[in-house]
Design a protein around this ligand. Structure first.
Ligand code: FAD
Length: 505
């Protein structure tokens, strides 16, 4: 979805050969239960922008429609008939089973026809045998020069059965709601988002990222859907961030903010790598001890009603409801609220992470299987069983910690406008406002379900410690990563405390 730092664009255009840039609108994408409107809209906007940018280089995007394999087979045969044997350049899918199978089928076709192809990658991924040098290889990739962008593209005019953008908008009108004011698709939008983040928005990133109201207003980068769709490369963002740091010589806190941001870019790619190495983690519990408790089986009527309340932002827990309404409207939440709502569903409601993860994938504009499903397992208490504790967020305490001025709550839960923080935390609005009664007893469900999950973690721990096999090694590595995370958090807290003390004079 981009022309800059894109391996296949650079290679295909390098020798000024005729190039046919094309994208296939495949019904799989918009029929898939985990793909919602926000992502389809973002995709369509990105395609439109790609076409505009190609036209500035003397080219255009050929929009084709149908099953990817059928369309590419026909297109390839058509070019052969025209006496123009093609070489196919594409960035492979490394996450979704459908995409992986599609790529294999296309490669088989090109082998059969003895045609050449180049298989590219959107971002860094370690292919082949797993080894421990991932981090070094990752950073050396991020520091390498970017793939050069084309200055001109020579595209032949071909009589292909294309679909125009006007037809696309009309035919798929249900997926093309008015443009979002929050996340606009396309490479130009990605560049503008990065520029505004690095200009000013990043200051205080490391502590502002957990405040839902500040995050909504742009305290975090808002680049996530751009990474998912590849409208910008992680490497371009990494390098622009390093260049910005070079201008902040006497501002250690600002440098620290950008370091915290860069760490997350690496986390992102490490999640992709993990899913590539262990594709099963997208759908199965990381440890089999959890299979009875967390399963994708259909929900019983009581669970269904809780799940529906959670989805609609009608649980009677103000911060959960605000966040779930934000998800519906924006297709986005900040990390802390995603985690809190996931814990609420899995631990307090006792509903498997499979259902929650699917709902997030359906609503998030940045839905990414690798991050989403792992994070859901994490928040459900499955990951990191070598640690004796796991986190259960208290939604009411989090109002005071993360939204003390109630700006986020008033924005998304207008029923509670006019109440003070103390009144909200004491639930003084009960019987006096149209706001709902809580669907469950938080302390009680935390105690009962929290104990069940703790016991399961203990079972896993005992098994891993008794065998100390590969699974143990992986769990130990994951624990080391989480420990490092908390070390950084602690460091951030000390720093923030220092800023507050300085602020108080
Ligand atoms: C239950 C749950 C589900 C999540 N699902 C997704 C998802 O489907 N897609 C997704 O992109 N992120 C997901 N996240 C991670 C995180 O919440 C989002 O990446 C972040 O909120 C996106 O906003 P931003 O671009 O402004 O982030 P920034 O804070 O600006 O971070 C920059 C980039 O780093 C990456 N990143 C940030 N935090 C994380 C993290 N914890 N783990 C891995 N990568 C991270 C993202 O690519 C992000 O765009 C999930 C988190 C949780 C707890």
């Amino acid at each position: 979805m981009r022309l800059s730092d894109n391996e296949i664009v650079s290679l295909a255009t390098a020798n000024r050969q005729p190039v046919l840039p094309c994208f296939i609108i495949d019904p799989w994408f918009y029929n898939h239960p985990e793909v919602g409107k926000a992502r389809v809209r973002f995709l369509f906007e990105s395609l439109e922008n790609l076409d505009q940018n190609l036209r500035q280089l003397g080219s255009q995007l050929y929009l084709l429609e149908g099953s990817s394999i059928d369309v590419l087979t026909k297109l390839t045969k058509y070019l052969l008939q025209q006496g123009q044997p093609p070489k196919l350049f594409f960035n492979r899918d490394v996450q979704v089973a459908y995409g992986i199978d599609r790529d294999r089928a296309i490669l088989d076709l090109y082998h059969q026809l003895s045609l050449d192809y180049h298989l590219g990658l959107n971002n860094f991924l370690q292919i082949g045998d797993r080894n421990d040098a991932w981090r070094d290889q990752y950073y050396s990739y991020q520091r390498q020069p970017q793939h050069p962008s084309p200055t001109q593209i020579n595209t032949p005019a071909l009589d292909l059965p294309q679909i125009t953008f006007a037809q696309l908008k009309q035919k798929y009108a249900q997926f093309w709601p008015p443009s979002s004011k929050f996340f606009v698709g396309g490479e130009n939008s990605a560049m503008a988002t990065l520029a505004s983040f690095l200009k000013q928005r990043f200051y205080g990133y490391h502590w502002r990222l957990s405040r839902p109201c500040l995050a909504q207003q742009g305290a975090t980068s808002h680049l996530s859907p751009h990474f998912v769709f590849g409208t910008i490369s992680v490497r371009a963002v990494y390098q622009a961030t390093k260049a910005r740091v070079a201008t902040l010589a006497d501002q250690p806190k600002a440098q620290f903010a950008l370091k915290a941001f860069r760490d997350r870019l690496r986390w992102r790619d490490s999640f992709t790598q993990r899913l590539y190495n262990q594709p099963e983690i997208a759908h199965t519990n990381l440890y089999r001890e959890f299979d009875q408790w967390y399963s994708p089986a259909p929900l019983n009527p009581e669970q269904q009603s809780k799940f529906a309340a959670w989805q609609a932002g009608q649980t009677g827990f103000p911060l959960v409801d605000a966040s779930m309404r934000q998800l519906q409207a924006m297709g986005w939440m900040n990390f802390r609220m995603r985690a809190m709502c996931a814990t609420f569903l899995t631990v307090n409601c006792g509903i498997s992470w499979h259902h929650g993860a699917k709902h997030y994938m359906n609503c998030l504009v940045d839905g990414d299987l690798a991050i989403d499903n792992w994070q859901w397992q994490m928040q459900a208490g499955i990951v990191n069983p070598l640690s004796e504790t796991f986190r259960i967020y208290n939604p009411n305490k989090n109002i005071g910690d993360r939204d003390p001025d109630l700006k986020f709550l008033s924005y998304w839960v207008p029923e509670l406008r006019g109440y003070s923080l103390a009144e909200i935390q004491a639930e003084a609005y009960r019987n006096h406002s149209p706001y709902l009664t809580a669907i469950l007893n938080w302390s009680q469900t935390r105690k009962v379900n929290g104990k069940i999950i703790s016991d399961l973690r203990k079972k896993v721990r005992q098994r891993l410690l008794s065998t100390k096999g590969e699974e143990y090694e992986q769990a130990a590595k994951a624990k080391a990563t989480v420990d490092k995370y908390w070390e950084i958090k602690h460091q951030q807290y000390q720093e923030y405390r220092q800023i507050s003390i300085e602020g108080l004079g």
